[in-house]
Design a protein around this ligand. Structure first.
Ligand code: SF4
Length: 263
């Protein structure tokens, strides 16, 4: 891609929001930079306000989602939390939407944070070109990569895109990473991607990739349904319930046969 590090502090990106002190998006306390724009349309998505790259407002005009910020403006927010990183082992996490909708902005964020000695983490679907992913990974301490479905037709049906490029990128990342932690995430959506067959296929796929550190199963949740209404959109999984802890443990017992699994 030919990016040069530590430049372009004035590069602009579309930022949905910056969340402080998260404990769910990597080690320690994290400052999470949520970017706007996503080429997927997962039926269970809890952040419909992240789909479009541009700034959006609710139908009644009362809420605006997103802001244009430069790399330096984001880093200025991140730096405020450095004392918390020191004590907790945390750092900056770049999330979406889909970070690969703004690969250059993501690259300059993580490379700048690395240069300043701040731990970096990304959350991504890996739906993008490897040539854009590789320079980001070289500046990433931990990558959380979603693998939503193994069957490509089902992936297309439930997310709007095929999964071949995602599987390809996971293989590449597992084979070529050095020092980075690679954690695959599966949001478990009852009736969509929690069949024994899909979980066995997921485990078998990951078992063949020694570079993958572990699999994390995340329970489906219904957060964000109100945002659909505010944006004039229809939530597409109205009847799905959050899976129980026992059910999550049953799913974990299947994938654990193949790869270390956490919930
Ligand atoms: S990849 Fe994430 S942000 Fe994009 S539609 Fe799916 S759940 Fe939503």
């Amino acid at each position: 891609m030919g990016y040069q590090s530590y430049e372009k502090m004035d590069l602009q990106g579309s930022v949905l929001r910056i969340e402080k002190s998260s404990i769910y998006d990597g080690d320690g306390l994290r400052t999470v930079v949520f970017l706007k724009g996503c080429p997927l349309r997962c039926r269970w998505c809890s952040t419909p306000e992240s789909h479009q790259k541009g700034i959006q407002t609710t139908l009644d005009g009362s809420i605006t989602y997103g802001a244009v910020m430069t790399v330096e403006e984001v880093m200025a927010e991140v730096r405020k939390d450095i004392p918390f990183y020191f004590h907790s082992g945390g750092g900056m996490t770049v999330s979406g939407g889909e970070i690969l909708a703004q690969p250059e902005f993501t690259y300059y964020l993580v490379s700048r944070a690395c240069w300043e000695g701040i731990d970096t983490c990304i959350e991504t679907s890996f739906y993008g070109e490897w040539s854009k992913i590789e320079p980001i990974l070289k500046n990433t301490n931990t990558a959380f990569v979603d693998l939503k479905l193994m069957d490509t037709k089902a992936h297309m049906k439930y997310t709007g895109v095929p999964n071949d490029i995602i599987l390809h990128n996971i293989r590449k990342a597992g084979a070529e990473k050095s020092g980075m932690k690679l954690i695959i995430r599966r949001p478990l959506i009852p009736g969509v991607n929690d069949s024994q067959t899909d979980l066995e296929q997921l485990g078998q796929f990951l078992m063949g990739l020694p570079g993958v550190d572990c699999l994390q199963l995340l329970p489906y949740h219904r957060l964000g349904t109100d945002t659909y209404r505010k944006l004039g959109l229809t939530y597409q999984l109205p009847d799905v319930k959050t899976p129980s802890k026992e059910y999550m443990e049953w799913c974990m017992s299947i994938t654990n046969k193949y790869i270390k699994t956490i919930i």
